[in-house]
Design a binder for this molecule. Structure first.
Ligand SMILES: *Cc1c(COP(=O)(O)O)cnc(C)c1O
Length: 387
């Protein structure tokens, strides 16, 4: 018998096996044990090599990755510590100095910042394109163009893109297409059916669903792309927490009912806003007033709860801020897709390359409060809006 100090670490205890919980267990671990000295390997592909190191995934994170992969009809999914790190993994895995990429003007702002900062420093050049460009994107390629980013609808200004036309133009020139599919939660737009090569989403948003977790995913069908992404993830070293994955696995169980309620509520609110005299335009993909609405109707299976409005000219920037402040149930904050409704005012200047909505844009994320309370909240805030 060893000493009690050693028994703390090498115990002889045995517990009954075969506990079948409905919940995926949380496996914490950096080290995972090899059967013998000869089987030690640092292969990151644990689907192939068995478990080698916690950085490349635990049973908890591989379960979440596999579930997301199944939902998106992919072949492989790699999890990342957030949506933005999913974006940077795609760029670092697929690009090299001298390459050129195409990025929509309406892209999620940190994606734009990555493009103009680190990617530029590492010798990757970029052209920002009008998200509504469609097949004419062909004119923007040069012989160095390797990747086209898409995001549909775009962040804040909500343009829905003609994905098949962009994919066709890119593939004709041997360039890859990556889609930020966060708005659709990976389920309301079938990225691979529309020809996209790489799809990513912020699990932080609808799959997490409760504003308490940061995670991202990158999904592909192509084996060679999977190898490039896995090789890059190994050296970047971005690991995910099994506890966060456990929260996301819980989120998946209620995703359908949350999305369904949120879709109906957001549509009712968007249609109500469309009738308001203070509102010039509702930028909700399911409404004809949204740029690219015809592509939404053609390609999407439904809508989620994030949309924007453009107010009629009149209110100052301060008045728009006061309108947002006057809302009681819409809280103010980033990272939508949770249970609580959010509102954020944005200023979209001409220099952004987007429609110059100025300071008149407010973006909403509709949560799970009752629709009538949210409409009542908006009605009260409009009654105080100074024009
Ligand atoms: C929030 C968001 C991201 C980034 O996700 P994080 O988990 O916050 O890093 C990426 N793309 C879109 C469209 C988003 O809304």
């Amino acid at each position: 018998m060893s000493t009690w100090q050693t028994r703390l670490l090498h115990s002889q205890t045995r517990i009954p096996q075969g506990y079948r919980s409905l919940a995926t267990p949380v496996y914490r671990g950096s080290t995972t044990l090899f059967a013998n000295a000869a089987s030690v390997t640092d292969d990151w592909d644990q689907e192939r090599a068995g478990y080698t190191y916690g950085l490349y995934g635990t049973p908890t994170s591989l379960e979440l990755a596999a579930r997301i992969c199944e939902l998106e009809s992919g072949r492989h999914t790699i999890l990342t510590p957030g949506g933005q790190s999913a974006i940077s993994l795609v760029d670092f895995a697929l690009l090299k100095a001298g390459d050129h990429i195409l990025v929509p003007q309406s892209v999620y702002r940190p994606n734009r910042q990555l493009t103009t900062s680190l990617l530029a420093r590492f010798g990757v050049t970029a052209t920002f394109y009008d998200p509504t460009i469609g097949a004419e994107i062909g004119d923007l390629f040069n012989e160095k163009t390797r990747l086209v980013w898409t995001e549909s609808p775009g962040s804040v200004t909500m343009e829905v893109q003609d994905l098949p036309a962009i994919v066709e133009a890119a593939h004709k020139r041997d360039a890859l297409v990556a889609l930020d599919n966060t708005w659709s939660a990976g389920v309301l737009l079938d990225a691979f059916a529309h020809g996209v090569d790489v799809t990513m989403q912020a699990i932080t948003k609808y799959i997490g669903g409760h504003s308490d977790v940061l995670l991202g995913s990158v999904t592909v069908r192509d084996e060679a792309l999977y190898r490039r992404l896995g090789d890059a993830r190994q050296v970047i070293g971005a690991a995910v927490s099994p506890d966060d994955c456990s929260l996301a696995l819980r989120g998946l169980q209620t995703l359908a009912v949350r999305l369904d309620t949120i879709e109906r509520s957001a549509l009712a609110i968007a249609n109500w806003l469309d009738e308001r005299p203070e509102v010039e335009r509702v930028l909700h993909p399911a409404l004809p007033s949204c740029p690219g609405h015809e592509f939404y109707t053609r390609d999407f299976l439904g809508s989620s709860g994030v949309f924007s409005i453009v107010l009629r000219p009149g209110p100052t920037r301060e008045a728009v801020a006061a309108f947002v402040d006057a809302l009681r149930f819409f809280e103010i904050g980033y990272s939508w897709g949770g249970t609580t409704s959010l509102a954020v005012a944005y200023t979209i200047g001409r220099a952004s390359g987007r429609p110059a909505y100025g300071h008149r844009l407010v973006r909403f994320s509709v949560g799970l409060e009752s629709t009538s309370d949210l409409i009542g909240d908006l009605e009260k805030a409009f009654s105080k809006l100074e024009v």
